[in-house]
Design a protein around this ligand. Structure first.
Ligand code: ADP
Length: 537
């Protein structure tokens, strides 16, 4: 078995879909669309901004053209092989490639699609469908897949195509309509204002876009929206689609933006729901289209607005922004606790304005260590430091995010590492959530792996069904048990189990009942200890 290494550096290819041409060259598919978008935008921009954007776009283009597909060496004396053996050979070879995030081989991960083998000609083609177009190890997957299949003695030519799964949440049915084509929603949060939360949110979003992902930013700060000063789209007003009653986001360099600051005074969308519900309305009625990542710039604090937002929106993960002062630790702890209650995993802490360099020395004006204290105490695995940089402040005010203005600078490198972390953690969370509760037919037991914990146990399906706490099973007012023990057959089996965010699963039973079972509740149910063994075949 071979383990792929993930480098800490920025992924080399921002555009995912590549196809080898007959002569072994590479044709970008996704890239051309996205690049033309970038260039179209560039052409219409003020000349002072043009240079910066072109730099960003051309960096992406040069990176994308570095993708290469290896052709297998021709072996004239290749042995004859049956179609079944040929497919087995290819799958066995591909299963040597391990996804470093999931710890599972790419065949078991279900990445291999559209396998086409002409064993008489020694030709093999297949597609690797990854979970995100911004996968930081996609180049390695492509290269390794070519290499391991080309090594098979009967193979003369390998054609690997890379693609990404269509954007959708893991648990689409429970999500408001407008958000059903978004794969991951990442909250960028801080407990105090002025710590650089919006700066981090915007630069993270443009970093993810630079990695090849389809990205949106939602600025959830109704009272002090900062997104409008940090970007410079040509059209700065949200449009209404009167027929569909939806809001069309503002577009800047291919990233979709929605902010109260783009609503424009006196516009229809501001009148009715001015006070309550405005955030939810903006967020859920926006025409986001397919997005791999929606970055939400949360308002500062941990108040009601956060709870409402977290209830409406299925947040995949949160990134916490803080400054190094000792007092910040207390605030950050509050934020981590809030997300933990809402079952939203905090995947990274960004400690902003940590240091600056002057007179050949590094200075830490606010002291050191509150970020690492958060990481240690709350077990958040990733900490990123950002320096105090006049350019970061200036780029925020000039309307060009730092990662666009200076894509190869020190700050952009930190954002690239943060971007890789977000991509990897979101993929892991999706995987964990979708495999957290499964039905093992061979032992007639429901297997529960609690997300973010090592706890794994088995439950008897009938016991799970009997423990339903919904109004159909328990009287809401009196607490009287309506569902009787014998109402549930001992041998009942679930028909389907689907995750609902990070907190619950929905289970379909053969009698048509759909049970919502929170993990907290599953953890309290009597577990199967004497696990029935699978019947001998
Ligand atoms: P928040 O969203 O937490 O209120 P902002 O991102 O709006 O904070 O940042 C507040 C101000 O600080 C902005 O003017 C921004 O440009 C500036 N700023 C943020 N981070 C840095 C940094 N690392 N170096 C210099 N200025 C920064």
């Amino acid at each position: 078995m071979q383990l792929l290494q993930v480098g800490p550096t920025f992924p080399k290819t921002p555009f995912l879909i590549s196809k080898s041409s007959p002569n072994g060259g590479v044709v970008g598919i996704l890239s051309s669309k996205k690049l033309s978008l970038l260039y179209d935008t560039n052409h219409s921009l003020a000349s002072s901004h043009r240079h910066e954007r072109c730099k960003w776009a051309s960096l992406n283009q040069s990176i994308s053209s570095s993708i290469s597909t290896k052709a297998a060496s021709v072996d004239a004396g290749a042995p004859a092989i049956s179609p079944v053996t040929a497919e087995k050979d290819v799958l066995a070879a591909l299963s040597e490639i391990i996804d470093p995030d999931f710890g599972t081989d790419i065949v078991s991960c279900g990445f291999v699609k559209d396998m086409n083998i002409d064993e008489s000609m020694g030709e093999v083609s297949f597609r690797l469908e990854l979970t995100t177009p911004a996968c930081p190890v996609k180049d390695m997957f492509e290269e390794k897949a070519n290499e391991v299949v080309a090594k098979l003695p009967w193979v003369k030519n390998v054609n690997v195509t890379m693609s990404a799964q269509p954007a959708k949440p893991v648990f689409a049915e429970q999500v408001p309509m407008g958000l059903r084509t978004i794969s991951n929603i990442v909250a960028v949060s801080s407990c105090k204002g002025g710590v650089g939360k919006s700066t981090v949110a915007v630069n993270l979003a443009f970093t993810l876009a630079g990695m090849g992902a389809r990205v949106g930013i939602f600025d959830a700060d109704v009272y002090g929206p900062s997104l409008p000063t940090m970007v410079s789209p040509e059209n700065r007003l949200l449009e209404m689609n009167p027929e569909k009653r939806t809001i069309i986001p503002v577009d800047y360099l291919g990233v979709k933006l929605v902010s109260f600051g783009f609503a424009g005074e006196g516009r229809a969308i501001m009148r009715g729901p001015m006070v309550s519900g405005v955030i939810n309305q903006l967020l859920t009625t926006a025409e986001w289209g397919e997005l791999d990542y929606l970055v939400i710039d949360m308002p500062p604090g941990t108040g009601d607005i956060h709870l409402t937002l977290c209830q409406v929106v299925p947040l995949s993960a949160a990134v916490i922004v803080t400054t190094p002062q000792k007092l910040s630790f207390i605030d950050v702890a509050k934020g981590v606790r809030m997300f933990s209650k809402l079952k939203v995993p905090c995947i990274a802490v960004v400690e902003n304005m940590c240091h600056f360099d002057a007179d050949g020395k590094r200075h830490y004006p606010f002291g050191r260590g509150s970020g690492s204290q958060v990481v240690e105490q709350f077990g958040i695995p990733h900490l990123f430091d950002l320096p105090i940089r006049p350019t970061l402040s200036a780029s925020g005010d000039s309307g060009i995010p730092e990662v666009v203005a200076d894509p190869q600078g020190e700050v952009s490198k930190t954002f690239q590492e943060l971007g890789v972390c977000v991509v990897q953690q979101c993929a892991k969370i999706r995987q964990q959530v979708s495999t957290a509760v499964t039905y093992d037919k061979s032992i007639k037991a429901i297997r529960v792996k609690v997300p973010d914990s090592d706890d794994e146990f088995l439950l008897h399906p009938a016991t799970v069904r009997r423990n339903d706490r919904s109004a159909q099973s328990v009287d809401e007012w009196t607490g009287e048990q309506k569902l009787k023990y014998n109402d549930v057959p001992e041998d009942i089996e679930p028909e389907d189990i689907r995750p609902m965010g990070n907190y619950a699963v929905s289970i379909d039973w053969p009698d048509g009942f759909c049970q919502i079972a929170p993990y907290d509740q599953l953890q309290t149910i009597e577990r199967l200890v004497d696990v029935p063994q699978p019947a001998p075949v």
